[in-house]
Design a protein around this ligand. Sequence first.
Ligand code: ATP
Ligand code: MG
Length: 552
Amino acid sequence: MSEERSLNFIEEIVEEDIAAGKNGGRVLTRFPPEPNGYLHIGHAKSICLNFGLALKYNGKTNLRFDDTNPVKEDVEYVDSIKEDVKWLGFEWAEELYASDYFDKIYEFAVTLIKKGLAYVDDSTAEEIAHQKGTPTEPGTPNQYRSRSVEENLQLFADMKAGKYPDGAKVLRAKLDLAAPNMHLRDPLMYRIKHAHHHRTGDAWCIYPMYDFAHGQSDAIEQITHSICTLEFIPHRALYDWFIEQLGIFPSKQYEFARLNLNYTVMSKRKLLELVVDGHVDGWDDPRMPTISGLRRRGYTPASIREFCERIGVAKRENMIDVGLLEFCIREDLNKTAWRRMAVLDPIKCILTNYPEDKTEIFSGENNPEAEDGDGSREFPFSRELWIEREDFMEVPPKKFFRLGVGLMVRLKSAYIIKCDDFVKDADGNVTEIHCTYIPESQSGNDTSGINVKGTIHWVSVPHAKTAEVRLYDRLFQVENPQSEDGDFKDYINLNSLQIITTAYIEPDLANATPGTPVQFMRKGYFTLDKYSSADKLVFNRTVTLKDGWVKK
Ligand code: ATP
Ligand code: MG
């Protein structure tokens, strides 16, 4: 993590609360995902904030599934969320579900009805919206608002018992139809929905609305600091009102700016569209901003936590450049990734003066950036090598320190070679280049006295393994696809995936495992794809070595 930084505004609040002895100094936060999709990098910010506060202030964090909307929720999502939070490096105190509180929340509703603070309304959604008025005109009460407590109790019980179809009735708070805050104009508390729930099955056909479930769940768990994003500011008065009227634990809501990242979209609904319409290969496609996508791409938990730390916690929304996320992973991988050689766009290089049946074994450090080099590995050298096509030029310009007829270069960890000539096919493509090697120039034991400026990577032809290599680019062509005209999917970058079907890699890379980072020297950071197999190795590029994106 980065060096000392000043407190963010939520930490300031928590420290004041602790100093004032509020809740006996206890800190209990919660991370409350709705299990209707996979988590994305925006959720990571919320996770780092909630769990980070608990770690810092000796508190705890609950993982609470906000599962009050049966139609869109699924156990697949519950499982993926748990996996992702754990992978990010956090441990929750308790795994909880808002649906476990359905009985309790129902009792809360009955309490409010008995206090004359809630009523059953038979109006349609359109009528309710109409009767709510506008920000400049107060709403108008309808005939249902004056129903007696007894009638409301009976009707609410009948709603629960399944006597009415979806939409026939709702339970509303009897609050203030003239409130300047529209959220206080008799908000909905319960709706009828005859739908199967992933946990409660068919036990319920009425479900509480967000505003009558979230604060209530917080209070039941005795959450001290309930942190959410800015769009919930207008809900806060309602959050407090329900808690006050029910006389339950006084959890408090605090709002921070959500993370917006450029060249991507972040709402689960939109990400689901990308998956369903086949624009990506699932929620964990390495181009997705999901935690599972980033993991498959080769991001590390530490790099994501560092990113969240660097963007900080603000009260105003802004757009974060994805370059910062890439910076964080580069910094991390530079320290940890083992270096290997891989040729992505191969051309054959024949060393005409090297014996045909000879093989030498050279070695190189796994990571020269690590203090002890992190050990080393061996790789074979022979007369025929694969080198990168771009490392040779037919007509090299001045200051081209790689190969062209008459030019010399060092082969990484091996010899200096000199290019003598090359062969072209009928179409004029260079198919092979011929070089001579300088026997006394061996790395670490160089007595040749020759100085060369360039070093290139290579792989021995008879020993190389093959792999498919996938190069990823931004999923969208524009910074903020959802603010553009038309559908956000019209702005998808059609070149976001480039597949190299045959790359040649050092034999040792056959032992790579998914998630373990490797640097293909001069080419970028890669990791083995989780769906790779021994018969067909597939590597994903996590990030390039340098920021190569040119703003269009
Ligand atoms: P989405 O619109 O992507 O579905 P959501 O807010 O509906 O997001 P939830 O599962 O309800 O998703 O969110 C769980 C928690 O994560 C909430 O506290 C929410 O405020 C927070 N969160 C969601 N998106 C972001 C984001 N982009 N930045 C920071 N926090 C976020
Ligand atoms: Mg949501």
